[in-house]
Design a binder for this molecule. Structure first.
Ligand code: PLP
Length: 393
C-alpha cells in the first residue's frame, strides 16, 4: 500500500489532507515523492522556523542523541537549563520556564498557573479566564474550551468551567469581575485569520489588568520565536505579560511547548509535570534554533528578509486586488484577505500544483508563514509560482 492507502486504512481521518507526500527539504525548498520541487511558505504551520534540514540544528540534535536522549525531569538536564536561560534572555522578561511538548500543553500550564495564583490571591477564589473570539489556544478539552468560537465546543463536553469570551479587546473590561484571574490573548490571532491586535488597545489592557490585579497571559505559540520580527510579539507591542506560552517555531520541528512566567513562586514541586517535556533532544534543538535566530536578528538578516518578503507580498497584492481586499500581519506572519472565501481553497490547491505551499487561516485569509531563513531567491521563486497559480484561476 502507498502512504495514502495506509493513511486511509490506519490513520483516523481528522485532517483533510492534500494528496502530496514530501520526502526531503532544504531550507524553504521541499521535494515530493515524484521529485517535484516546491517553495514552502508554510514552514509546517510556523514550526520549521530555521528551514528544513537545517544543518546546525541537525548537527546539534545528532550530537546530543549520540550521548543521551531522555532521562526524565527527576534529574538536571543541561540543554533544558540552557534553553530556559536563552529563552528568558531573548524575551527580555524576568521569568522562569516550564517545558512541555506542544502549544496546547503550554497553554494548559498557563491556565494552571493562573488558576493556582487565583486561589492564593485574596479571599474570593479567582478562576475565570477571559479569551477572545477568533482565538485559537489548542485541542485539549480545556484549550478547546479556552478557544472563543462556539463551533469549537460542539462536542466533547462537559468542559471545565470558567472561560468567558470577549468579542475583542475593547470588550474585555466589561467582562471583568471579582472572580477573573486572567485574560489570555494572541497578539496576532493566527488560526483566526492573521489578525494583529491594536497596539494602543493592548497597552490599555495591560494597564487595566495591572490596576485590577488580573494576569495578562499572552499565547505566543505562533507569534513567538521571532515570527513577528522580535523574539516575542510582546516586545513588538511593548508589553510585559505575566505569563507567556511558546511552541511551534522554537523547536525548529522538534515538538516542544514552553510556559514562562514571572510568577515564579506559584507552582511548586508536584503541581505540574511532563514525562517527555524538556528532554535532551527537544531542548538541544531549541538551544540551536534560538542561537541561530538571535544571530540573524543581530546581523540584520532577519529584518532584511521580513522587508523583502513583505515588499514582494505587497506587489503581489497590488497586482491581484481583484482577488484580495487587504494585506494583514506582522513580520513573517502574513495574510491576504480573499474577496470571495470560496476561491481560497482553489488558490491553495492551484498553488500546490504550481509548486508553492500556502495556508488558510480563518474563513477568508490566505496565510504565509515562511521559514525565517528563507532566501531572496526562494521568495522570488515562491511568488512566481503563486502568480502562475492565481492567473490560472
Ligand atoms: C498552534 C497553536 C496552538 C496549539 O498548539 P499545538 O502544538 O497544536 O498544541 C495554540 N495557540 C496558538 C496561538 C497556536 O497557533
Amino acid at each position: 500500500m502507498n502512504t495514502k492507502e495506509l493513511n486511509d486504512k490506519y490513520v483516523l481521518p481528522t485532517y483533510g489532507r492534500a494528496d502530496v507526500e514530501f520526502v526531503s527539504g532544504d531550507n524553504a525548498r521541499l521535494i515530493d515523492i515524484n521529485a517535484k520541487e516546491y517553495i514552502d511558505f508554510t514552514s509546517g504551520i510556523g514550526v520549521v522556523s530555521v528551514g528544513h534540514a537545517n544543518k546546525r540544528v541537525n548537527s546539534a540534535i545528532t550530537k546530543q542523541i549520540s550521548k543521551i536522549t531522555h532521562i526524565s525531569n527527576l534529574y538536571n538536564i543541561a540543554p533544558q537549563a540552557k534553553a530556559a536561560q536563552k529563552i528568558v534572555k531573548a524575551s527580555g522578561l524576568e521569568m522562569q520556564c516550564f517545558f512541555g511538548n506542544s502549544g496546547a500543553e503550554a497553554n494548559e500550564g498557563a491556565i494552571k498557573i493562573a488558576r493556582k495564583w487565583g486561589e492564593k490571591d485574596g479571599e474570593i477564589k479567582k478562576y475565570k479566564i477571559i479569551t477572545l473570539q477568533q482565538s485559537f489556544h489548542g485541542r485539549t478539552i480545556t484549550t478547546v474550551k479556552a478557544t472563543g468560537q462556539e463551533s469549537m465546543h460542539n462536542y466533547f463536553g462537559p468542559f471545565p468551567d470558567g472561560f468567558v469570551y470577549a468579542d475583542d479587546i475593547s470588550h474585555v473590561e466589561s467582562l471583568l469581575d471579582n472572580h477573573t484571574c486572567g485574560v489570555m490573548i494572541e497578539l496576532v490571532q493566527g488560526e483566526g485569520g492573521v489578525q494583529p491586535q491594536d497596539k494602543k488597545e493592548v497597552k490599555a489592557l495591560e494597564k487595566l489588568l495591572k490596576e485590577k490585579n488580573i494576569l495578562l497571559i499572552v499565547d505566543e505559540v505562533q507569534t513567538g520565536g521571532y515570527r513577528t520580527g522580535e523574539f516575542l510579539a510582546s516586545q513588538v507591542y511593548d508589553i510585559k505579560p505575566d505569563i507567556v506560552t511558546l511552541a511551534k517555531g522554537v523547536g525548529g520541528g522538534v515538538p516542544i511547548g514552553i510556559v514562562m512566567t514571572s510568577l515564579t513562586g506559584v507552582l511548586t514541586a508536584g503541581d505540574h509535570g511532563s514525562t517527555f517535556g524538556g528532554n535532551y533532544l527537544s531542548t538541544a534543538a531549541t538551544c540551536e534554533v534560538v542561537d541561530i535566530l538571535n544571530e540573524m536578528k543581530a546581523d540584520g538578516s532577519l529584518d532584511d528578509t521580513i522587508q523583502y518578503f513583505n515588499d514582494k507580498l505587497e506587489v503581489f497584492f497590488q497586482e491581484y486586488k481583484i482577488l484580495f481586499t487587504q494585506k494583514v500581519g506582522i513580520g513573517l506572519m502574513c495574510g491576504l484577505r480573499v474577496r470571495d472565501a470560496d476561491t481560497l481553497a482553489s488558490i491553495i490547491s492551484h498553488a500546490t500544483q504550481e509548486g508553492v505551499m500556502v495556508l488558510k487561516a480563518g474563513r477568508n485569509t490566505l496565510r504565509f508563514l515562511p521559514p525565517l531563513t528563507i532566501t531572496k531567491g526562494e521568495i522570488d521563486e515562491g511568488f512566481n509560482s503563486l502568480t502562475r497559480a492565481v492567473s490560472s484561476l
